[in-house]
Design a protein around this ligand. Structure first.
Ligand code: PHE
Length: 331
């Protein structure tokens, strides 16, 4: 009897079958159940031995069933794992390999440069309020310079930030000087043509320290080194300009990297390419954040503009069309 039941368990192939086997043995019409039923009709003097025997069989078969169950579980798990396994050594062609977006790549290079110089990275919200985006930056309401930036407005004086400069204000309100920070991120303007998209990226830089430690010549040498790092051996010139939040202000040009300053289509025959805005922080900005006895300088640049020049991309809009034929070139 015992060996018959052991064979029955042994021949079970999977967990589902095991349930069947169990009921074949212990179920209402099961083999062992039938044996227990025999107890009623058996001679009293044989009863004791007979009962001891089937109880013994019951115990060992129960143990054996549990053992079998564990073995089958391991087996079925192995089969599942094999079915789901990924062959990491399998050959995969290069054809559809992804790449970092060129704008991200330029961004990373700029950020790495300033991280090496111990600048911190600061962040701010994309939906800004009028105070941080304009007012605190010396752009009061109705100031004509607001027209320099075509803005997307929400209700309640909220807007999509038009530049990364509001992060200057937030950082100065949060921290005490000295400050050396950059703030990379996306900005928004109502603009759409060959060289403008409604969303683009800027990197803002801000340095604030004691009055005797910050000068325009510090700013000049920092930006000159930075631009040579990004564009190779170029000439750099500072042109007087205007930003409400800096005084004096300058725009920075590099000698055209395509014609080496001789004059071509990209530089509109001028030999120069404009790449940055910068200046010393206007005292009104320090007043708005409650700073006294400090000096500072700031600069701002467009990451797409850098990317177009570095990668010779003629139409800025193509960067955001997701066309694989363009993106594939940057693998
Ligand atoms: N925020 C300016 C812009 O978007 C750039 C800038 C930043 C100029 C910092 C000067 C100093 O045009």
């Amino acid at each position: 009897m015992k060996s018959l039941l052991i064979d029955l368990v042994n021949n079970t192939k999977n967990l589902k079958e095991l349930e069947l086997t169990k009921s074949k043995i212990f179920g209402k019409n099961g083999i062992l159940t039938a044996e227990f039923k025999k107890l009623k009709t058996i001679e009293p003097k044989e009863k004791k031995d007979f009962a001891a025997n089937i109880n013994d069989i019951k115990q060992s078969i129960t143990l054996f069933l549990e053992e079998k169950k564990r073995a089958l579980e391991v087996e079925e798990n192995d089969i599942l794992m094999q079915k789901d396994a990924v062959d990491v050594t399998m050959f995969k062609s290069d054809k559809n390999r992804g790449a970092m977006h060129p704008v991200n790549e330029t961004m990373k290079e700029i950020i790495d440069y300033f991280l090496n110089l111990n600048f911190s990275i600061e962040d701010g919200p994309l939906v800004e309020d009028d105070f941080h985006n304009f007012e605190a930056l010396n752009l009061p309401k109705h100031h004509p310079a607001r027209d320099m930036q075509d803005t997307f407005y929400f209700k309640d004086e909220k807007l999509l930030r038009t530049h990364t400069s509001p992060v200057q204000i937030r950082t100065m309100k949060d921290k005490k000087p000295p400050i050396r920070m950059i703030s990379p991120g996306s900005v928004f303007r109502r603009d759409f043509d060959l060289t403008h998209t409604p969303m683009f990226h800027q990197v803002e830089g801000l340095v604030v320290d004691d009055e005797d430690k910050v000068s325009f010549s510090n700013l000049k040498s920092l930006l000159e080194e930075f631009l040579k790092h990004m564009f190779g051996s170029v000439d750099v010139r500072f042109r007087p300009s205007f930003f409400p939040f800096t005084e004096p202000s300058a725009e920075v040009d590099i000698s055209c990297i395509f014609c080496k300053g001789k004059g071509c289509r990209v530089c509109s025959k001028t030999g120069w390419l404009e790449v940055l805005g910068c200046g010393l922080i206007d005292p009104n900005v320090f007043k708005a954040v409650g700073y006294e006895g400090v000096s500072g300088y700031a600069f701002g640049l467009g990451v797409e503009r850098f990317t177009m020049l570095l990668r010779e991309i003629p139409d800025l809009r193509s960067l955001y069309e997701g066309d694989l034929r363009l993106l594939e070139q940057f693998r």
